[in-house]
Design a protein around this ligand. Sequence first.
Ligand code: CA2
Length: 145
Amino acid sequence: MPKPIYVLNGPNLNRLGTREPQIYGSTTLSQVEEICREAAAGHALEFRQSNREYEIVDWIHEAIDRGDAIVINPAAYSFTSIAILDALKMFPGPIIELHISNIHRREQHYHKSYVSLAATAVIAGLGAQGYAVAVRAAIELKGRG
Ligand code: CA2
């Protein structure tokens, strides 16, 4: 039985597509889920979003027990959460950190992601299509063991 890829989304991303389209585009989170499922091409996928740090930590623990790879857009928790960093450090498989926008072109407080310290790879600035790239990369990397 293949293990799922966990696609985890952090705070405010449930509102995607409703504001700041010049930065984040107009794709909604449910359309992002479709993009991920298409990219996964039948591979099992758990797609989740939460505005609560502890819930994301719990999902990372779940992925440690039963997941193959993690794609995570931690949103604002990227820049604040040692708890998410610590949880990700326990995950043995590939971790792709994903940002819709290019965080390095933005204000200073978006430049230092704690999550990057645990990530296998970081994708930023490809818009919603970055999720497709991330899911494909996760499938490829998990296959390398
Ligand atoms: O570019 C990304 O994907 C971000 O992770 C999004 C985060 C931001 O804190 C990061 O710096 C970069 C914020 C997401 C805000 O959520 C939105 C809600 C509605 C419309 C647009 C964005």
